[in-house]
Write a protein that binds this ligand. Structure first.
Ligand code: SAH
Length: 251
């Protein structure tokens, strides 16, 4: 398993350096920065990284979270807050088996002041919340330490290596396809699309599809699109004679 730590728009070099150190302590090596608001190789960052300076220098910068997650097969968001309009964050113990079973999981952390946005969390299949006292907002690097500890060094679970989950790129392509199809058939409109798709993403992400299953689903969407476009051309939804056979052909 190669676990990536993704810091979304971090502001303070010292936090990035401390996060790199925490990663090395816990056995993670792949640091990804999405649109950082400071120079991650600033002397303050390197000083806080201590022996993890090489890990820090090896960090990859991405313009968007979507690109940072593209090759991952599981994305886990982190949040100090419970948000009414998103699925509830879970205890690390509930999420650990999924991370352990993944080949290329990502842990996603938010900016120091505001945390992850809803749009960021929508790109995560599950969200973890470290239990705390009344003051729930941990320092970014301390959150990285605790979450990496929970998933890399915490209590062992039997490994399930039999399942290969689709990459986030494949899933995002599928959601793009679903979005287009929903518009085509009038299932949603520009005003409701985001909310509708959020509900469907939550449902489909829970399925932890593999690549073949995501292609299967897209095969269905392609057939719906073809049927609607063909009917629009011919001015009827009645099947052509012998069309049913064609309609069965899936990916
Ligand atoms: N004020 C923000 C917290 C930002 S702290 C908020 O209320 O959401 C910076 C980041 O550290 C968060 O985005 C999250 O990634 C992580 N973090 C902080 N506290 C956490 C907690 N209790 N559980 C999980 N992640 C936490």
């Amino acid at each position: 398993m190669t676990l990536a730590v993704v810091l979304v728009s971090p502001k303070t070099p010292g936090n990035i350096g401390s996060a790199a150190r925490a990663m090395l302590n816990m056995g993670a090596k792949d640091l990804r920065l999405v649109a950082p608001r400071c120079n991650h190789l600033d002397s303050g960052a390197v000083a806080m990284a201590v022996h993890a300076a090489d890990l820090l220098r090896g960090a990859t910068i991405y313009p968007t979270l979507r690109e940072a997650l593209a090759d991952r097969d599981l994305s886990v968001g982190t949040s100090a807050r419970i948000r009414s309009d998103l699925p509830q964050p879970q205890h690390p113990a509930q999420i650990r088996p999924f991370v352990r079973a993944a080949t290329a999981p990502a842990l996603v952390f938010g900016p120091e002041e505001s945390g992850l946005t809803n749009a960021d969390l929508e790109q995560c299949q599950m969200t973890v919340r470290i239990p705390t006292g009344d003051y729930a907002s941990l320092n970014l690097a301390q959150a990285v330490l605790l979450v990496c500890y929970e998933f890399l060094q915490g209590q062992d679970e039997p490994l399930d290596r039999t399942r290969k989950t689709a990459t986030r790129e494949e899933m995002e392509a599928m959601y793009g396809h679903l979005h287009d199809t929903m518009h085509l058939i009038g299932y949603t409109d520009a005003v409701r699309a985001r909310h509708t798709l959020r509900l469907w993403r939550a449902l489909l992400d829970r399925a932890l599809m593999n690549s073949a299953e995501s292609r299967l689903f897209r095969g269905l969407l392609r057939q719906v699109q073809w049927k609607v476009e063909d009917a629009a051309k011919r001015g009827t939804t009645e099947p052509r004679p012998g069309q049913e056979v064609e309609a069965q052909s899936q990916d």
